[in-house]
Structure formats: C-alpha cells, structure tokens
Design a protein around this ligand. Structure first.
Ligand SMILES: C[S@@+](CC[C@H](N)C(=O)[O-])C[C@H]1O[C@@H](n2cnc3c(N)ncnc32)[C@H](O)[C@@H]1O
Ligand SMILES: Nc1nc2[nH]cc(C(=O)O)c2c(=O)[nH]1
Ligand code: SF4
Ligand SMILES: [Mg+2]
Length: 212
C-alpha cells in the first residue's frame, strides 16, 4: 500500500485551467525538485505528513466534489502518486494533475487530465523542461505557461506555433502580480493566438494564502 507525503488536503474552487470556478478537492503533495522564482507554494517544499493511501482517499471521500486536483510541490516526484491517481479515477472522480513537466508523464493513468506547465525562461527553471512529455499529451490535456514578462510571452507564443499538439487548451497565465493582465490580453489579441488567458481565480477571491 502506497504512502505519500502530503502538505494539505483542502476544498476550494478550481482557480486555474478550463475547470476554473468549479468546486474541487485539492491534494497537495510535499516536495519539489524545482525552484521557480514566482512559486506560490514554497510552503510545500518541506515538511508535510506521511499518509497512507487509504487515509488520503478517506479524506477525499468526506466531500462529494466531482473534481479532484492533485498538485504540489511536484506530484510526480513521489512514486506513490500513480496509485493515488488510479484510485481516484477508480472512485469515479474527475482527476486533474498539475505538473511542472520536469518529470515524465508517460506512466500517468490515461483517465487523468494532465495540466502540463512548460517552464518559461522567467521562471528560472526552463532548462528542466522534459520536452519528450509533449508526445504523451492527448486531446483531454492542457498545456500552461506562467508568464513573467514580454520575453516569456514571445517564447511561449513560439512554442505554441511550433507544436501543433492535439491538446484541449493552451493556457497563458500571468505570474501573479508580475505581469499586467491587460497587456497580456492585448498581446494575445494582436497575435491572434489560439490560447486561453487564465487568471488564478482563487487569488482574486481570497488573496495569496495557503489552503484556498
Ligand atoms: C504550485 S504549482 C504545483 C504543480 C507543479 N509543481 C507545477 O509547477 O505545475 C501549480 C501551478 O501554479 C503555478 N504558479 C505557481 N506560482 C504562481 C504565481 N506566482 N503566479 C501564477 N501561477 C503560479 C505554477 O506555475 C503551476 O502551474
Ligand atoms: N483554488 C485553487 N485552485 C488551484 N488550482 C491549482 C492550484 C495549485 O496550487 O496547483 C490551485 C490552488 O492552490 N488553489
Ligand atoms: S515546479 Fe511548481 S511547485 Fe515546484 S517551484 Fe515551480 S511552481 Fe513551485
Ligand atoms: Mg496554487
């Protein structure tokens, strides 16, 4: 039976992706091999609590939210994550996995919706991108770029144009408080990019605090 190190299990509205605004249960796994300069979840780098898979599932089952978001930290850095994802899918939940794209998504259960964040130069971690991951994405998955400045925008725009992937969404998200939303909107319109501008809805509602 798998054991995982967990920072928090909480309930909120999904603040990101095409599922933005839907009630969801979040499972945040502890630990991350990256250090994006903007990371809003650095409290999940260390600590956490070792939990048995059954215990985690019981906590998730306290709520009826159809959507379960597995995030971190970097969820794929823990071997037990695959058992967790499979169990959540077996329980007929709709499962979203938020991942940095630095580790392989090849073995992720195909029922899971993968949200693959491609790290831009402004994150400071773009050399960690595992580009082979793009071949494992399907029409249910979503690719996200968190953008820090105009240079990041142009870099992400070129990735979109050069990779005609079958993915459901290309998400362009400003690094919170670092890039003006209106400017980003106008760049996307000027370039006629087939992407979705996303904001972190939970921060508009509750501010930048853990557990929301
Ligand atoms: C905290 S990470 C956890 C999952 C995984 N490590 C990753 O990076 O995708 C979840 C998402 O939040 C985004 N994020 C973190 N800090 C952010 C910030 N300050 N502004 C906008 N998005 C941010 C990340 O880029 C990622 O897409
Ligand atoms: N409300 C809310 N939605 C989220 N979607 C992805 C999150 C994450 O940290 O991965 C997140 C989060 O931290 N809070
Ligand atoms: S990969 Fe995700 S959790 Fe890790 S530092 Fe970057 S944003 Fe934070
Ligand atoms: Mg978050």
């Amino acid at each position: 039976m798998a054991r995982l190190r967990i920072t928090e299990i909480f309930h909120s509205l999904q603040g990101e992706t095409s599922a933005m605004g839907r009630p969801a249960t979040f499972v945040r796994l502890t630990g991350c091999p990256l250090r994006c300069q903007y990371c809003d979840s650095a409290y999940a780098f260390h600590g956490g609590e070792w939990m048995e898979l059954e215990e985690i599932l019981a906590r998730v089952e306290e709520r009826t939210d159809q959507l379960v978001v597995v995030t971190g930290g970097e969820p794929l850095a823990q071997a037990g994550v695959h058992d967790l994802l499979q169990s959540l899918c077996n329980a007929n939940r709709e499962v979203y996995l938020e991942t940095s794209g630095a580790l392989s998504v090849r073995d992720v259960d195909p029922r899971v919706v993968k949200i693959l964040d491609i790290k831009t130069p402004g994150s400071g971690e773009s050399e960690k991108n595992h580009w082979q991951n793009l071949q494992y994405l399907s029409a249910r998955d979503q690719v996200k770029f968190v953008l820090c400045d105009r240079k990041d925008y142009e870099w992400a725009r070129d990735v979109v144009r050069e990779h005609p992937l079958p993915v459901a969404e290309w998400l362009f998200s400003p690094s919170y408080g670092e890039l003006d939303l209106r400017e980003l909107a106008e760049w996307i319109l000027a370039d006629q990019l087939p992407v979705r501008l996303q904001v972190q809805l939970h921060k508009w509602i509750w501010g930048d605090i853990p557990g929301h």
